[in-house]
Design a protein around this ligand. Structure first.
Ligand SMILES: NC(=O)c1ccc[n+]([C@@H]2O[C@H](COP(=O)([O-])OP(=O)(O)OC[C@H]3O[C@@H](n4cnc5c(N)ncnc54)[C@H](OP(=O)(O)O)[C@@H]3O)[C@@H](O)[C@H]2O)c1
Length: 254
């Protein structure tokens, strides 16, 4: 059994990704917040809902998916039942030391998933406390594996990894929207323009992942001398595309 405290944007996305990709809904218990968000999700997915944190006592692994403002009160409730469990927090401010301070000597991890977890194509960076055994890590990774890729990183890299993988779906959405605007400007209908831009993003990502070539070489492959693609690449550079992306990450990191 696994438990969730909070089923908002990221908690809901992870729960959805788990169940839609084969994790047994009967093995998931959720303690929601004050609104009916958890209940609405339960109506679609069929997990169990409880009203109090201590009702998660049968869970082997508990995921904390509340915002920073609710973390302290959640940790003080969770402390009563946390002793033999693995606790994984998605909350941005839930560093290993904050979690240990709130829960005592309990095995804790800080993870930053991104929203594609919802469709099983997520990327989650995770840092474990030093008392996590290899078997503990395997247990958490096998659960999160239903939602996509999970990568262990040192804690000082978790923030930037979370920005590169977690804020960038919104950056890519802006790129896709702009690309489809350009398609419409040049005569495509809106639906076809979106289909083409989204299909391209999925395909180019897959190719970049599966190819032996790095992305720079993949770009070189499709830029023939004097051709239209290199002219487009030059226009991107002229308009500061690369710098705009780096500045977007800088801004998100601040
Ligand atoms: N969104 C992302 O892509 C993302 C990715 C990685 C990490 N994070 C981090 O994850 C945290 C949550 O972000 P979010 O975007 O999911 O926020 P969110 O949509 O506001 O969800 C937080 C949820 O926590 C619930 N909650 C609050 N107090 C609770 C309590 N005492 N017991 C149980 N549930 C409680 C709230 O329920 P009610 O609304 O019903 O009160 C709400 O649905 C943040 O620290 C964020 O930085 C977010």
């Amino acid at each position: 059994m696994i438990g969730f405290i909070g089923a908002g944007s990221i908690g809901g996305a992870v729960i959805t990704g788990l169940i839609k990709n084969g994790f047994d809904a009967d093995q998931i218990t959720v303690k929601g917040g004050r609104s009916n968000r958890a209940q609405l999700l339960e109506d679609q997915l069929g997990f169990k809902i409880v009203k109090k944190v201590k009702q998660l006592e049968d869970a082997e692994v508990i995921f904390i998916a509340v915002g920073a403002n609710a973390l302290d009160s959640v940790l003080s409730e969770l402390k009563e039942i946390a002793a033999d469990k693995l606790i994984v927090a998605f909350t941005g401010s839930a560093s290993i030391s904050v979690l240990k301070q709130g829960l005592g000597e309990v095995k804790v991890a800080h993870a930053i998933p991104n929203t594609p977890v919802k469709v099983g194509a997520g990327f989650t960076g995770i840092t474990y406390s030093s008392d996590f055994t290899a078997a503990d890590k395997k247990k958490v990774a096998s659960i999160m594996g239903y939602t996509g890729q999970i990568v262990e990183v040192p804690e000082d890299q978790l923030g930037i990894l979370g920005t590169v993988a977690g804020c960038s779906p919104a950056f890519l959405d802006v790129f896709i929207e702009a690309l489809s605007d350009a398609g419409v400007k040049h005569g495509l209908n809106r639906q076809l323009a979106y289909e083409a831009a989204i299909g391209m993003a999925i395909g180019a990502g897959k190719l970049a992942k599966q190819s032996e070539l790095n992305v720079s070489a993949l770009k070189d492959e499709v830029t023939s001398p004097g051709g239209s693609t290199i002219k487009g690449v030059a226009a991107l550079e002229e308009n500061g595309f690369r710098n705009a992306v780096i500045k977007a990450v800088d801004a998100a990191e601040e």
